[in-house]
Design a protein around this ligand. Structure first.
Ligand code: OGA
Ligand code: NI
Length: 335
């Protein structure tokens, strides 16, 4: 095991009213000091069932340009499919620690898949108040079932059902985003790998925290993916950085939170924005979230799309293989 799980630490500090010092963020990061309340701009909420494709395209393209994050409602994924995904994830994290460790990310593994606690190196040995489980859910050729919990027994069915529904949402999003760039409906999807586009599920588990004013869940970052599609539970915690401040993103029941990731910012040569976000934690509640990162295959080189480049709009980003991009990002090497 790479380090003690936050879930276990949370349990042993439950009645202490304090947290271990490595979880105390610097004053520049502490949510109690850095969150803006009162003035509350909200990311756009978009009705995904809008039959007017032009209108849907402009709403999505504008949100991706101005915010880099939006919520979609009426997305067509049945509520029971999402509820089942959440239930089996909750059941997994409720298992005894030894049983969860069966799915631990192997120490020498190059892949991100598995149960784990730390994602990237943090300065000064700081730690984030979150555990996670990563595994791919699509395409079938990319799946490693060794990282899919066998308990609860319905884990696999619930995840397969969600993956199936999510593909429809992802394809529709990519086609609207593609048209929003002035491209054909299929071009953007092809540029991120076509049928090889990988769906990487992460479950974030944020246990109750005795000092939510001092700690952070996931620290400030942009997603490396092309797009991220996230299901939260009912506990608010996601924050977005805008106009030099951190804001709470409102929890909307049954909505999916869409993040534009770095690869889409690069492909669009900066037209769509990969937005800085982080998560806060709560004193008495467990927060969970289920982001799916839509990622290009590792060897695919991603750069600004040639059709979007001109003398007036020269490339703003380097072209590089997705695996090299990930390596640099996780090791904090400039891109
Ligand atoms: C992430 C992330 C947000 C959330 O895991 O990349 O940004 O709401 N999660 O948990
Ligand atoms: Ni993220």
């Amino acid at each position: 095991m790479d380090m003690e799980r936050v879930q276990a630490i949370a349990f042993s500090f439950m009645t202490e009213g304090r947290i271990p010092p490595e979880f105390i963020r610097s004053e520049k990061e502490q949510p109690a000091i850095t969150t803006l309340h009162g003035y509350d701009p909200q990311i756009p909420t978009i009705d995904f069932s809008d039959p007017d494709e032009d209108s849907l395209t402009s709403l999505i393209a504008e949100a991706s340009r101005d915010w880099g994050m939006f919520q979609i409602v009426n997305h067509g994924i049945p509520t029971h499919v999402i509820n089942n995904l959440q239930k089996v994830g909750e059941d997994f994290f409720a298992l005894p620690q030894e049983e969860k460790e069966l799915y631990a990310k192997p120490p020498d593994s190059k892949s991100i898949e598995g149960y784990g606690t730390r994602l990237q190196k943090e300065e000064e040995g700081k730690r984030a108040w979150v555990d996670h489980l990563f595994h791919k859910i699509w395409p079938p050729s990319a799946i490693n079932y060794q990282f899919w919990p066998k308990n609860p027994p319905s884990y696999r069915d619930a995840n397969e059902a969600y993956a199936k529904c999510l593909r429809g949402v992802a394809d529709k999003l990519l086609s609207r985003l593609s048209v929003g760039l002035g491209l054909g409906e299929k071009e953007l999807r092809e540029s991120v790998g076509g049928d090889e586009l990988t769906y990487l599920l992460k479950i974030n588990y944020y246990p109750p925290c005795p000092r939510p004013d001092l700690a952070l869940g996931v620290v400030a970052h942009t997603d490396m993916s092309a797009i991220t599609i996230l299901v939260p539970n009912h506990v608010q915690g996601l924050q977005l950085f805008r106009d030099d401040h951190w804001f709470d993103v409102k929890y909307i029941p049954n909505a999916l939170v869409i993040h534009i990731g770095d690869q889409l910012e690069i492909l669009s040569n900066g037209k769509y924005k990969s937005v800085l976000h982080r998560t806060t934690v709560k004193k008495d509640m467990t927060r969970m979230s289920w982001p799916v990162f839509l990622e290009p295959p590792p060897e695919l080189a991603i750069g600004p799309l040639p059709k979007l480049i001109s003398d007036d709009n020269p490339p703003k980003y380097k072209k590089k293989r997705y695996c090299d991009y990930v390596y640099c990002k996780l090791n904090k090497i400039p891109q």
